[in-house]
Ligand binder design. Structure first.
Ligand code: AMP
Ligand code: MG
Length: 592
């Protein structure tokens, strides 16, 4: 018998009935989905099942004689094929799936066929092992030990089973359409976005350069070393309410003697005695021996005696107090190395009494523009010229990432000027970015000089916009030659420069944030190319994220970036997205 294959990993669950295959799959599927896998299930049923209900249109049309009934809405589609003579084979069924949209196919049943399977076994079912007669079994999930060298997992250890399946799906020797086609479809000389990014990242080193700054200057920067709490937060066990503090041992008393009052910032100087209560304000330290606070709204004080209305809530020992060190204990890590200081971190570090933070020194990034036609804003416009917008977009993007920008202006069209600029930039900056002049067949002189000065690769990335990209080092400083088109500059920045900057800054495995949205209009791309469309996403009335393109999609048209709130990313293996299909969107607002 020939081994059954699919273009994505295929994995079966083989067991005798009663073992709980469906229950297990039902519990595992949410975990697989959460790990980012797109999973299909093919299930074998022995009986004459029916999905349709009498009276439904599809049912009526099928019963009227449609041998295949395909019903579709924007939410789901279903094909019901009547198979009066023979049952469909597993390969045929696999072919019915849209494998371009899948990472894994799980199969329930078909246990006599040749494809990789996990055997599920429970002792109570009292059936023989399957692995002894089926060498397609790759692992055993059981509640007893089997006599085999195959990997064995407890059938009740869902986490470990899920790990196994995830690992299987990523390591199995299939040619997943998702990645294989991505690289296979690249024409000669073109790199995919992912290939380009990986080549760049392997050449980028994290810069370890600590800098101690006053609190407010740390905003937006990355913590260089773990910040440990020098104190307990809160310092003392204190009241979470305005009310009365009592001892937990006294909660059953019917009344208490009020012996004093304590305000925030003060304390009650004696240990509380049996039957005593102290009026206490929110944030004030709970008196010694007291551990319970009853809110003021429940209290009735008459002279020195207070009683509590238990109809408003029974008193529980320990209630309404915040324990010393509950927020942070002495020497606990308050902000870990690698974290960015934002509003809560800044407040938290201040709450520890610290007035300085050691951050990674902000990166210095040098930028300049090239091109005879490019002139600085503020000058009178010359014939056939355009104003330089790239330096300004780059300035904004870099500032947002916490970098210091060294603006080298527009470099005139002379070899000596460019050479001097690049040498100077490599002395002053941790990274150098230029825009323009890197297109294939471009008459610009920048390529010749770059070739002379450093090791620079000129790549054509199979993406739109943003095809030409140069990357290399000048005097050991990473250099990016970005395209000239303003939209291409921003898209290539987000795809290549930002990941490189994040790595230099010290983020571990930084990934751009993406969301999945539903296409609200048909979207086109070209097979092999990653398309970045300017999009606008919004939540529809049903709370689903939907996306449409916005503005003109020309790569020189900056206004489309301004109107957009996201880039829609159509990956290389996808030619189009239909209305209702899931697409990836990269939100722009959070970064620009
Ligand atoms: P290039 O890659 O040099 O062939 O440039 C591609 C397009 O981008 C041309 O239309 C240039 O005029 C334009 N361009 C180049 N540099 C800039 C810049 N700094 N600001 C705005 N547009 C530019
Ligand atoms: Mg040019």
């Amino acid at each position: 018998m020939t081994q059954i294959n699919a273009s994505v990993p295929l994995l079966g669950f083989a067991a005798f009935s009663g073992t709980g295959k469906t229950t297990l799959l039902e519990a595992m599927l949410p975990k697989l989905v959460k790990r980012g896998l797109r999973v299909a299930v093919i299930k074998h049923a022995h009986h004459n099942f029916d999905l349709d209900e009498p009276g439904k249109d599809s049912y009526r049309l099928r019963k009227a004689g449609a041998s295949q009934m395909l019903i579709s809405s924007r939410y789901r589609r279903a094909l019901i094929s009547e198979t009066p003579t023979t049952e469909a084979t597993l390969p045929y069924l696999i072919n019915q799936l849209d494998q371009t949209q899948l990472d894994l196919i799980l199969v329930e049943g078909f246990k006599s066929l040749d494809f990789p399977k996990i055997e599920l076994h429970r002792q109570v079912i009292n059936k023989p092992w399957l692995f002894q007669d089926d060498n397609n079994i790759i692992a055993i999930a059981s509640d007893i030990k089997a006599d085999t060298t195959l990997p064995q997992i407890s059938i009740d250890d869902l986490e470990q089973l899920t790990d196994f399946v995830v690992q299987y799906s990523s390591q199995s020797q299939h040619q997943p359409i998702k990645t294989a086609s991505c690289d296979d479809v690249q024409p000669q000389g073109l790199l995919s976005v992912e290939q380009g990014r990986q080549r760049i990242l392997t050449q980028i080193k994290t810069i370890d350069n600590p800098l101690t700054v006053e609190l407010k200057h740390a905003l937006g920067h990355i913590v260089h070393t773990d910040i440990l709490s020098p104190v307990n937060v809160p310092q003392h066990t204190n009241s979470a309410m305005d009310g009365y503090a009592i001892r937990g041992a006294d909660i059953d008393l019917s009344s208490y003697t009020v012996v004093g009052q304590v305000l925030a910032g003060h304390h009650y100087p004696h240990p509380l005695q049996a039957g005593e209560a102290v009026r206490i304000m929110t944030g004030a330290p709970v008196p010694q021996a007291a551990d319970t606070v009853i809110m003021r709204e429940q209290a009735h004080q008459d002279g020195d005696t207070v009683t509590f209305n238990l109809a408003m809530g029974a008193i529980k020992a320990g209630q309404n107090v915040r324990l010393a060190g509950e927020d942070l204990a002495i020497d606990q890590v308050a902000v870990a190395k690698g974290q960015t200081i934002t509003a809560p971190e800044l407040g938290m570090v201040a709450s520890l009494g610290l007035n300085e933070i050691t951050i990674n020194t902000p990166l210095r990034v040098a930028i300049f523009s090239t091109g005879d036609e490019v002139q600085a804003p503020g000058e009178a416009q010359r014939q056939n010229c355009i104003y330089d917008s790239n330096r300004y977009s780059l300035f904004a993007l870099l500032t947002h990432l916490g970098c210091e920008v060294v603006d080298l202006g527009i470099i005139e069209d002379s070899e000596t000027a460019l050479e001097a600029t690049l040498n100077q930039a490599s002395q002053q900056a941790d990274m150098i970015l230029s825009s323009g002049g890197v297109s294939v067949g471009d008459a610009d002189y920048i390529k010749t000089i770059l070739d002379k000065l450093g090791e620079i690769n000129f790549w054509r990335i199979n993406m739109r916009p943003g095809r030409p990209l140069a990357f290399g080092h000048i005097n050991d400083i990473p250099f990016f030659g970005l395209p000239g088109n303003p939209v291409a500059v921003m898209v290539t920045f987000l795809q290549f420069v930002e990941p490189a900057i994040r790595k230099q800054q010290g983020y571990q495995d930084w990934q751009p944030q993406t969301y999945t949205a539903i296409a609200a209009e048909p979207l086109r791309s070209r097979l092999g190319r990653t398309e970045y469309l300017r999009g606008y996403f919004k939540w529809d009335a049903n709370g689903r994220l939907t996306v449409k393109t916005i503005g003109s999609q020309g790569s020189g048209i900056l206004r489309s970036m301004s109107e957009a709130n996201c880039l829609i990313e159509i990956p290389p293996q996808q030619e189009y997205a239909q209305i209702g299909d899931n697409v990836s969107v990269i939100p722009l607002e959070v970064r620009l």
